[in-house]
Design a protein around this ligand. Sequence first.
Ligand code: 0O2
Length: 221
Amino acid sequence: MSAVSDVSMELLMNSENPEDMLEHMQSFLDMMMNYECALMEIETKLKVLNSEFALQHNRNPFESIKSRLKKPISIIEKLRKKGLDFTIENIENNLTDIAGVRVICSFPEDIYAVSDLLAMQDDITVVETKDYIRNPKSNGYRSLHLIVEIPIFLTTGKKYMKVEVQFRTIAMDFWASLDHKLKYKKDNLKHPEIIVQELKKCADTITSVDYKMQEIRNMLE
Ligand code: 0O2
């Protein structure tokens, strides 16, 4: 089943008023299809950069790329948090992470090399940059986030779509997935603050390992 069909099924199943929802389904599906096309465009650009970089430098700048479309229930929740109704207009004007790509690199330097090369392309506009690597969050979260706008070409013409691209190292990704678990388990823990502290310590250790490994890699090269 395609990602869009998954989305439509979930949308129906999670809807309180499936009949009403069906009426808006087509335009919602069209919008999700547009975001899916934007994801494909960004993925292709990143893969091209990876291959070219590998040819020039004899190594791949990133380990993997993961793409995802935000789940309808998460879209509804995010709009609700912002006090907005579930409309196509509100989604397109207020949410920037419907389409998300995560690029996992081995070394911090490669994150900036690849993100600069992507940002430089003349059909891409960087709408926003959040550099949580140079400015980590207080919990220790590190990643580079770019919100980019990219054109997609449809039968009806050109449309600009926003995609959130997150760049992080393998170690930062490992940390973020454990931290993500904390988000859902926090309420059931007796002493969540201890885990928060321990995670912060791990984030600092991981950072020093990331830069040490980069130093060694640079010495080897
Ligand atoms: P999901 O399920 O990963 O998509 P905004 O999107 O701008 O309205 P925000 O939080 O200001 O909201 O944006 P920000 O800081 O750029 O964070 C967006 C995404 O980064 C999050 O998406 C997470 O994927 C990731 N992220 C940010 N902070 C943390 C953190 O402290 N820990 C972890 N593990 N991930 C983080 P969502 O929508 O929260 O979730």
